[in-house]
Design a binder for this molecule. Structure first.
Ligand code: F6P
Length: 548
């Protein structure tokens, strides 16, 4: 038995879960004001978790488990710069990236907040120069297109935010177009370069490690494309390349001039790095003021997380519900369903945040866990997903939990069209309807249970509904921080380190070896690979051989 599952609080919850498994959500509404008891407001968020398969006693049991796991202490440690990333022996201080200038956060005896604010100032200077057309391409023309080259945490956060907050682009950024390139196969960059002009294009090479082959191969292609036009290495790099990384030495080695570098720190996890220089594309799109508003929203959530009692603490509740579903009720799939097209990329962003963080099966002490951890997470814009995968949620064989996310206000003062306001109401109506049917099944319509079997809905699929006052840089910052902290809460209960990702390393090594075998054919190749891989490799080599 693992340390966690040996806890009396854990075992008590297992008993609660046995009862919960035989209960249907439609039968949980008989007494009391469940909607009020299982909902909380914090700042711009209203969180309704009354559609979870959770009684008051279950919730209290989860809170008792959280205390037994030392959650309050763990939150303090996280924010105080303790080396919570034990396998890499370092802190995970994304919260310091949004600290106020007067705050103090120490890493190895040094207050890191001044360096964080100096980096923000540096970003500010670059953004101002680009927006004000002082930053010019090699031929003297202002920059029109900015291409962020990165992958994973050096891509998904900026892509997600730029998609969500396009409406907040200030006038000075109206003529600037942001593009994102991440995939190693070259399709994205080849398509994009075909539509850009070198003299007005600026590349941001974003990589925490500055070793990621996906990013460096795209960067090389971009540099080559520029050089074909300019023929001048130094001039090209000075005018057309910015680097963002923790490794100034590697950026310099690659050729990025010191003046074009933004540094951040090892104690920022890749998937938590949106708030650092990695957010430069966001600042270019919504301006530094918008970027700072986003930091302020995240800071609000940090304070809420740090100081609110567990029972009223949104990330704590969201995390405990996640553990309840995945571990105790054995619900192994989780859908994220925003009812707002601006949040289209949010589910993809969360796939990395949640699955790369908590997709683990070994405890901090190295023991193999005897319970399930992170569920498979996916999602899409809810109204579109209704016409794609909701069939499985309603009538499939699989239990799935969901988060429904929607803004209360949309198309306000600056939109005159009432048609758009009607569209917003339609989206909200669909949001409520779907979560209701998922909960109740066909019990929500008269004589629903007399329909033929193929038309029946069994319901009992739990969900949380998160209403946001409106989507702004501030509330989006708070929303992302809410999920970051949710992930941390789950990791504490599961006793795992959410800040490393050793599981992705082996694949990278093997890919390097495979690439070499593909490029340089040696006689021993086939023996070095398993039968399937050797045969596929042979077929690929044959296809690549030029006809004689
Ligand atoms: O391979 C996974 C990973 O290391 C992620 O954790 C990270 O966000 C991504 O690759 C990109 O890494 P980097 O920013 O160092 O290029």
């Amino acid at each position: 038995m693992s340390q966690r599952s040996a806890l009396p609080e854990w075992q008590h919850l297992q008993q609660c879960a046995l009862r919960a498994r035989s209960r249907h959500l439609r039968d949980m509404w008989q007494s009391g004001d469940r909607a009020a008891e299982f909902s909380r407001q914090a700042g711009p968020f209203f969180m309704d978790f009354s559609k979870q398969r959770l009684t008051g006693a279950d919730r209290d049991g989860l809170l008792a488990l959280a205390r037994a796991c030392g959650l309050e202490q763990a939150i303090g440690d996280l924010m105080a710069g303790v080396a919570v990333n034990n396998t890499e022996e370092r802190a995970a201080l994304h919260t310091a990236l949004r600290a106020d200038a007067h705050e103090q956060v120490f890493v190895d005896g040094r207050n890191v907040v001044p360096a964080v604010h100096a980096s923000l100032e540096r970003m500010d200077t670059m953004v101002t120069r680009i927006h004000s057309r002082q930053w010019r391409g090699y031929s003297g023309k202002p920059i029109r297109d900015v291409v962020n080259i990165g992958v994973g945490g050096s891509d998904l956060g900026p892509v997600m935010v730029c998609n969500a907050l396009g409406e907040f682009t200030p006038p000075e950024a109206h003529e600037l177009k942001l593009h994102f390139v991440s995939s190693i196969d070259g399709t994205q960059i080849a398509d994009l370069l075909g539509s850009l002009k070198p003299e007005t294009t600026l590349f941001i090479i974003s990589s925490k490690s500055f070793t990621t082959v996906d990013t460096l191969s795209n960067a090389r292609t971009a540099l080559q494309w520029m050089l074909e036009e300019t023929g001048d290495h130094a001039m090209t790099l000075n005018h057309h390349f910015i680097g963002v990384s923790t490794r100034a030495d590697r950026m310099s080695e690659w050729g990025i001039p010191a003046a074009n570098q933004i540094e951040f720190w090892e104690w920022v996890g890749g998937r938590f790095s949106l708030w650092s220089g990695i957010g430069l594309p966001v600042a270019l799109q919504i301006g530094m003021k918008g970027f700072r508003d986003m930091l302020a929203g995240a800071r609000f959530m940090d304070q809420h997380f740090r100081h609110t009692p567990l029972a009223d603490n949104l990330p704590v509740l969201l995390g405990l519900i996640g553990v309840w579903n995945a571990t105790f009720l054995d619900i192994r799939a989780h859908a994220v369903l925003p009812y707002d097209g601006r949040l289209k990329v949010f589910p993809s962003y969360l796939t990395q945040l949640e699955m790369e963080s908590n997709g683990k099966s070994v405890s901090r002490a190295g023991e193999t866990l005897d319970y399930s951890t992170c569920p498979v997470l996916w999602g899409d814009v809810g109204p579109n997903a209704q016409h794609a995968f909701y069939q499985l949620l309603h009538q499939g064989t699989q239990a799935v939990s969901s988060d429904f996310i929607a803004p209360l206000k949309r198309y306000g003062d600056h939109h005159s069209s009432t048609d758009l306001q009607v569209q917003h109401q339609l989206a909200l109506a669909n949001c409520l309807a779907q979560s209701r049917v998922l909960m109740l099944g066909d019990a929500c319509v008269e004589n629903g249970d007399s329909a033929p079997e193929f038309r029946r809905y069994r319901g009992n699929q739990p969900s949380t509904t998160l209403l946001i006052d409106e989507l702004t840089p501030y509330t989006l910052g708070a929303l992302v921080a809410l999920y970051e902290h949710k992930v941390f809460v789950m990791s504490v209960i599961w006793d795992i380190n959410p800040f490393d990702q050793w599981g992705v390393e082996l694949g990278k090594q093997i890919a390097d070896a495979t690439f070499l075998a593909m490029k340089f054919s040696g006689s021993g190749d086939a023996a070095a690979f398993d039968g399937s891989t050797a045969a596929l490799l042979a077929r690929i080599k044959k296809a690549g051989r030029k006809p004689s």
